[in-house]
Design a protein around this ligand. Structure first.
Ligand code: GAR
Length: 195
């Protein structure tokens, strides 16, 4: 009987915070079996995403500025042969050499409609606060490739949502997280299926 080996894709997630997107991605691929998260990279001791890594028995790497910029770090990433490196609320800019070693294989999610409300300092609740202060009537998410410039790479997907009259940071963040948790795993799957 012929034997067809189906390659299970490896994903590496970079995250700095709570890890709700990491959780959504892990759960989605546990259910559909096309990929598994083989490593989580985090720069914050005590970040919630590390609890998720422990719960799920996923190896994690806690980086500091030195290890993050070392050649050994690149080797550690290569060892996992990732189909995609997925930034999910990771707050450091990636070193250029990491970007060059994984061309078109690193994606990021941003909680607004880039190019608006992007750039340094624009992350998490800071973005939602700026959107509310500007009285925008809509916001959304952007999933994009990572290049050498912050929040600049080619856009893969955007999804929009209204900003409601009574919104505060928490209600807007919840709506944005809903979009992220729905679309990020599915966009990853799309990219794995259409390399
Ligand atoms: C997400 O909303 C993500 O879009 C944002 O950080 C949050 C992380 O939440 N990323 C940025 O702002 C990047 N500029 P999580 O830890 O619950 O996944």
């Amino acid at each position: 009987m012929p034997y067809f080996a189906l390659r299970m894709h490896s994903l590496i997630i970079f995250a700095s915070g709570k890890g709700s997107n990491a959780r959504a991605i892990i759960d989605y691929f546990k259910a559909n079996g096309k990929a598994s998260v083989s490593l989580i990279v985090c720069n914050k001791p005590g970040a919630g995403v590390l609890d998720i890594a422990r719960e799920e028995n996923i190896p994690f790497l806690l980086v500091d500025k030195n290890s993050f910029n070392s050649d050994a770090f690149i080797t550690q990433l290569q060892d996992h042969n990732p189909s995609l490196i997925v930034l999910a609320g990771f707050l450091w800019k990636l070193p250029d050499n990491v970007i060059h070693v994984f061309p078109d294989r690193i994606i990021n999610i941003h909680p607004a409609l880039l190019p608006s409300y992007g750039g340094k300092g624009m992350y998490g609740d800071h973005v939602h606060r700026a959107i509310l202060a500007a009285k925008e009537r809509e916001s959304g998410i952007t999933i994009h490739y990572v290049d050498e410039v912050y929040d600049n790479g080619r856009i893969v997907l955007q999804a929009r949502c209204p900003v409601a009259a009574g919104d505060d940071v928490d209600t807007l963040a919840a709506r944005i997280h809903w979009l992220e948790h729905f679309f990020y795993p599915r966009t990853i799957e799309f990219l794995l299926d259409h390399p």
